[in-house]
Design a protein. Structure first.
Length: 228
């Protein structure tokens, strides 16, 4: 860690939670291309970011994975949880097991999507560790690094725009994930690579998450010298 401020303070992680959801999905889904029929219904929840799936639609785990990480679909995250573990509670147990395996002592997850809930918390430090772990996998990197992508639902192609504000303009931006809830405010785990070196910045409860993450990354690229 190069720089931190209150990095061990517990906060609602909002949709940055979905990094943990993605890691569990990658651990437990053998075939991301498998077709699923949607069971969850988030159509009436106007508070939530959604992919737009409704019960009866057919898609794949892969398309849910993409929708969860790009447009931050809570419905997609919930459907992944149901497909992998059968219930939100069982999937949260898997998330907490994953957190334990990574040595995250200041995180506990109650759901796959990240909406504020008692007992659902993390820290900037732990979220940075989660982000670094996820970015080890090309399947994750490819999704979170794409400004625009497509998914197929009911045989139709849907074009999705990534919610990460830094992808279109920050030099070397490679990902990762936004989050916004009443409890967390606007948050962002951001990554960028220059000259073969990649850095991750996490800001929670920021009035300018893209700008503050960019300042952190700029500072680190300008002030840290690698030995290789």
């Amino acid at each position: 860690m190069l720089l931190g401020k209150d990095e061990h303070e517990r906060n609602y992680p909002a949709s940055i939670t979905k990094i943990a959801t993605a890691l569990v999905a990658m651990d437990h889904v053998e075939d991301m291309s498998q077709t699923v029929e949607v069971d969850v219904d988030w159509s009436g929840d106007w508070r939530s970011s959604r992919l737009g799936i409704v019960p009866g639609m057919q898609t794949t785990i892969w398309d849910l994975f993409v929708g969860m990480l790009t447009v931050s679909g809570n419905d997609a995250a919930d459907e992944i949880a149901q497909e992998v573990a059968g219930s939100e509670e069982a999937f949260a147990d898997l998330m907490n097991q994953k957190a334990d395996s990574l040595g995250l002592e200041e995180s506990h997850f109650e759901n796959a999507h990240g909406l504020d809930e008692e007992g659902h918390y993390s820290t900037a430090y732990d979220l940075a560790v989660l982000a670094a772990e996820a970015m080890r996998f090309d399947v994750f990197r490819d999704v979170v690094g794409s400004t625009y992508t497509q998914v197929e639902v009911n045989g139709e192609l849907w074009t999705l725009a990534n919610t990460n504000p830094m992808l279109p303009w920050y030099d070397g931006a490679t990902g990762i994930k936004t989050g916004t809830t009443p409890g967390s405010g606007m948050s962002l785990a951001a990554s960028a690579e220059r000259n073969g070196h990649e850095l991750i910045a996490v800001v929670l409860g920021s009035p300018d998450r893209g700008g503050e993450a960019a300042e952190l990354l700029d500072w680190a690229f300008a002030n840290y010298t690698w030995n290789c």
